[in-house]
Design a protein around this ligand. Structure first.
Ligand SMILES: *[C@@H]1O[C@H](CO)[C@@H](O)[C@H](O)[C@H]1NC(C)=O
Length: 365
């Protein structure tokens, strides 16, 4: 071959190869750029299964389907000033739609759910729940990597604030009026409400385990009726697929002892334990996750409660703030003792000794 022709052919080959490589790189860059969502979230592990989904849904007739742009407007672009709660699944923002409807918007951490299908099927289940003691998921909105849950907003805040955060003017104080200490009657009403709500989800054809019952997951409506929220950990028990393990999880202080073993599977009786702890917290006003100092000895909240009840000290360990209602002598001793008896029955170390929630409802009636 003529060396000139050979040189030209070589040049052409080099140009073609270079062009192919460059165009491949350019295409790749374009693809990567396209994948960047509109509202980037600080995540280290982008979930490729989610990025193409753009979907909103409403489960409730009171709520029109809401777009991401409406949510951004209603939360002032997820302004920190609008934050009213902080769950392990993400921040909760107070939102007001242009039509005046007030909502609680939970923006999930990008890694809070495995994939969009799982997210949606769980929400389809939660969206169908209807009970006066359940905080209803009104809808959801998915855009890029953002996943948003839409809830009713309860102006009285959560039970945790109403028990432990009465006097502080914390940033999380989003109540429109001053908080008064909860009376003994109101505390009993709240506990009955939580029991009713739990009995409802445990009694469904496919029972739901809440898995994280605690005071900050109990919201209070304007009549101080309890609304159980944060079903983020909830899983339906599908007995036909009972080999699928539902991993236990929860919050220190409320966690049933059997959950401390890593292999433990979540059960409805785990919720019953947490409910018993919640009852003790509501009555005593003490935080279950903190140790209690008794005569210089530090013990866990539950050990302390068992000790005091064994010594007939039920009235003495009631939250002293109850007495601002000035009705110390009107509280019936038998009523208080029965309350603690039920609470400790629920918080029994042995799963088999704990009653079912429907029995607890009857005991509390
Ligand atoms: C659990 O219940 C049994 C039977 O009612 C009782 O004897 C036991 O003391 C309880 N244990 C705890 C740790 O509460």
């Amino acid at each position: 071959m003529d060396p000139t022709v050979e040189a030209i052919l070589a040049c052409v080959a080099v140009v073609i190869i270079a062009a192919t490589i460059i165009s491949a790189v350019v295409l790749k860059i374009c693809k990567v750029l396209k994948r960047v969502p509109n509202h980037p979230t600080p995540t280290s592990v982008p979930n490729p299964g989610l990025t193409s989904v753009d979907e909103s849904s409403s489960f409730h007739p009171s709520l029109q389907i809401i777009s991401m742009s409406e949510i951004l407007a209603a939360t002032k672009n997820f302004s920190p000033d609008q934050i009213i709660g902080d769950s392990r699944f993400g921040f909760v923002y107070k939102a007001e739609l242009s039509n005046g409807l007030k909502l609680a918007i939970k923006k999930l951490h990008p890694d809070a759910f495995q994939g969009f299908m799982e997210f949606r099927s769980e929400l389809e289940i939660l969206g169908k729940l209807r009970h006066r003691n359940i905080a209803h998921v009104l809808g959801y909105c998915v855009s890029g990597a953002d996943r948003i849950l839409i809830f009713e907003l309860f102006e009285n805040g959560d039970l945790n604030l109403n028990l432990h955060d009465l006097w502080s003017s914390s940033e999380r104080n989003y109540m429109s009026h001053a908080r008064f200490p909860l009376s003994w009657e109101t505390r009993q009403k709240i506990v009955k409400g939580v029991a009713n709500g739990l009995a409802y989800i445990h009694g469904l054809d496919k029972p739901i385990i809440h898995r994280d019952i605690k005071s900050s997951n109990v919201l209070l409506d304007s009549d101080f009726e309890a609304r159980i929220s944060d079903f983020g950990l909830a899983r339906t028990i599908d007995y036909r697929h009972s080999h699928v393990s539902t991993q236990a999880a929860g919050t220190a202080g409320y966690l049933a002892p059997e959950y401390e073993e890593a292999i433990a599977v979540a059960t409805v009786k785990g919720d019953v334990y947490s409910f018993g702890i919640l009852m003790l917290e509501v009555a005593t006003g003490k935080r279950p996750d903190l140790p209690v100092d008794l005569n210089g000895e530090s013990m866990s909240f539950i050990e302390w409660a068992r000790d005091m009840v064994a010594q007939n000290q039920e009235r003495e360990i009631l939250d002293p703030i109850i007495w601002v209602w000035g009705r110390r002598n009107q509280l019936r001793e038998a009523n208080i003792k029965e309350y603690f008896r039920i609470a400790l029955m629920c918080a029994n170390d042995s799963l088999k000794k704990r009653p079912a929630m429907r029995d607890v409802v009857e005991l509390l009636a």
